[in-house]
Design a protein around this ligand. Structure first.
Ligand code: GCO
Ligand code: MG
Length: 403
């Protein structure tokens, strides 16, 4: 059985910051894992470098479950985004190694393909409704079957999901967090008009999605969901912060708009009540922030019992390694729903060469053994880490609010 010989953390900023773990066995097989936690990158790098790597050396690389339990239970301090992203990176790298040794793409080790391709949704953004809808049309012309619509809110200078200039949307944009202003009243008025125009111009043969980014109260979310019912959304994402899972009961009482939650979740415990009480329709936990393939499979199995489908987070702050891992998982998991897809910058693609591909609304992980993705260390070294924070939000009276 191959033993782990070495492991190292690579922090680099090819277009944005990424944290990568690279594990190598005594036989010289290596695997890679994504450990990026947007705006808190170095905390995970230190967790891995100072506390995890010393415990990995000499362990059998094939014992993925045992190593997962060792890092989760063995640390005494459980859960949390830093811990779970670090465990996830180890888990991804070990699955990558196992696949390479087996000579099989990861999805084959997970039970094989349950579908031909992974349906993805893209981001159509615009400062106005017209711009957002036109962006949606352009994506549909590229074959996308599902489009997330986000538009600027009249009266607010900036809005989640809408780029500031001509550059692609990237929220982690400042050395110290940018401060944005938020008004729920203005936002609530603008969203139904966006989807009315969306259905009018894009038709009914496309799935439309929207992200409220944790900014509503439960009763506001109920009202927005109700207002959007005529436009038959695929999902309304993160209507409220989900620390209080019970609050979704109130939303459910008022609307049949499907709900998607969980991109900030770290473990099965964060989703347990939402899934068991069927308070959501899609679970957005991801391979990088929710403990890797090993733990995400457990979450998906629980969800399957309650007709909840997967809808993994896939913003550009998840590296191509996480994207590759998600695509293998999505191809195999029985209760797959949809996968988020935001194209990475060309520079990111250069540093992380990969076999996954997009065609006609679907993605496929490719058939190279393991994850089918790697890091070009020499290229990565040319782009040093640069501190970057996500913005914070304040209400118009100055009160700090959810971003
Ligand atoms: C999404 C997310 C992202 C997050 C980002 C934070 O649905 O894609 O909400 O846009 O804001 O991943 O790091
Ligand atoms: Mg989101």
């Amino acid at each position: 059985m191959p033993k782990i010989r070495s492991a190292k953390v690579i922090v680099a900023s090819p277009a944005r910051n990424f944290v990568t773990l690279k594990i190598e066995t005594e036989d010289g097989v290596h695997g890679v894992g994504d450990a990026t936690l947007n705006g808190r990158e170095l905390a995970v790098a230190s967790y891995l470098g100072d506390h995890v790597i010393p415990c990995l050396i000499g362990r059998e690389a094939h014992r993925i479950e045992d190593i997962w339990q060792y890092l989760y239970r063995g640390a005494y301090w459980r859960r949390g985004p830093v811990t779970m992203s670090a465990i996830a990176a180890v888990d991804m790298a070990l699955w990558d190694i196992k696949g390479k040794i087996a000579g099989l793409p990861l999805y084959q080790l997970l039970g094989g393909a349950s579908r031909d391709g992974v349906m993805v949704y893209c981001h159509a953004n615009g400062t106005t409704i017209e711009e957002a809808v036109a962006a949606g049309r352009a994506y549909m012309d590229q074959g996308y079957k599902a489009v997330r619509l986000q538009a600027g809110v009249p009266g607010l200078k900036s809005t989640y999901g809408v780029p500031k200039g001509k550059q692609p949307y990237e929220p982690a944009d400042a050395d110290i967090p940018t401060e944005n202003l938020w008004s729920t009243e203005k936002y609530m008025r603008s969203v139904p008009a966006l989807f009315e125009a969306g259905r009018d111009k894009l038709g009914w043969d496309v799935h439309l999605l929207h992200d409220a980014h944790h900014r509503l109260t439960p009763i506001e979310a109920g009202r927005l969901g109700k207002d959007l019912e005529p436009f038959r959304l695929f999902w309304l994402e993160d209507p409220v912060p989900a620390e209080n899972q019970e609050s979704f009961r109130l939303i459910r009482r008022h609307t049949t708009t499907p709900l998607a939650v969980g991109e900030v979740f770290n473990t099965i415990w964060d989703c347990k009540q939402l899934i068991e009480e069927q308070l959501i329709d899609y679970i957005r936990a991801t391979v990088v922030h929710a403990g890797g393939i090993t733990h995400l499979r457990r979450i998906a199995s629980l969800a399957d019992l309650y007709n909840v489908r997967t809808g993994c987070h896939g913003a550009t702050d998840l590296s191509p390694i996480a994207m590759a891992a998600a695509l293998h998982f999505n191809l195999a998991v029985p209760n797959f729903g949809i996968q988020e897809h935001m194209s990475h910058a060309p520079l990111t693609e250069t540093v992380f060469p990969h076999t996954y591909s997009y065609a006609g609304g679907y993605m496929h992980p490719g058939d190279k053994p393991g994850l089918g993705v790697d890091i070009d260390e020499a290229e990565a070294a040319k782009h040093p880490y640069k501190r970057a924070y996500l913005p914070v939000n304040r209400l118009e009276d100055g009160t700090l609010y959810n971003w």
